[in-house]
Design a protein around this ligand. Sequence first.
Ligand SMILES: NC(=O)c1ccc[n+]([C@@H]2O[C@H](COP(=O)([O-])OP(=O)(O)OC[C@H]3O[C@@H](n4cnc5c(N)ncnc54)[C@H](OP(=O)(O)O)[C@@H]3O)[C@@H](O)[C@H]2O)c1
Length: 245
Amino acid sequence: MLVTGGSGGIGGATARLLAAEGADVVVHYHHGRERAEAIGAEIGARVAGADLTDEAQVARLFDEAGELDACAAIAGVWPQADEPVWRLSLERWRATLDANLTATFLTARGFLAQLGDREGALVLCGSTAGLVGEAGHADYAAAKAAITGGLLRSLKNEAVRRNPHCRVNAVAPGWTESPMTRGHVDPEMVRRISRTMALRKVGQPEDVAAAVVTLLSPALSGHVTGQVVTVAGGMEGRVIHDDEA
Ligand SMILES: NC(=O)c1ccc[n+]([C@@H]2O[C@H](COP(=O)([O-])OP(=O)(O)OC[C@H]3O[C@@H](n4cnc5c(N)ncnc54)[C@H](OP(=O)(O)O)[C@@H]3O)[C@@H](O)[C@H]2O)c1
């Protein structure tokens, strides 16, 4: 099984949980080779690097990974700066779509192309930003909405052309403590962002990993495809203004 973004918080937790379930895991990284190698050593997994926005590197990654039954396409980038659309540069817009949507497309293509006659299970990674929007991050919200919308729903129907049992699902994490959100989840921030959440806490990478592994499992999710599992403590997309004005 391949976990893209295995060097990151959610991908790392997914790789650990898959290995604990007995899976033979390949931990993918981009810049974080050392983090990936540490996880690989811990769980007895191979590691493989690639920039997933680069077609040739993705092809090499799938060559190196060998025959895969399952893939968790977790890699993604959330640009931290809050930039409303009227200030958002075309450069950032393109880079964000590339690092999230294009990377997920190339991963899905690589995985399905190598599947042969194996059943196959693929999990994509969206975000609550893609479901309810995220002010200051329209580029990221649009990329994630495309992943859990048109891409997922098309892949779900295409995957069965590869194998009649092949399934494609997605997770949509809300705020999750990981390197991506480091510095953004102090207690005041948690109080503010949890105002539309039933569970007033940020998620842990393991919370998302559990949903990914459940969706990959043919035993637990054998008749589940095309679904988005939101892991966000019951978050809603309502706008709550700070004042009563
Ligand atoms: N944390 C949250 O609050 C949150 C909320 C909603 C959705 N998500 C989504 O969850 C996923 C995992 O995020 P995380 O929180 O675990 O963040 P993270 O710790 O920053 O991990 C991101 C991972 O993506 C990889 N990556 C980034 N750009 C890449 C590229 N061009 N090519 C290949 N790999 C690339 C990184 O590789 P290297 O580190 O090796 O460079 C890293 O492994 C992402 O898709 C993210 O959008 C996260």
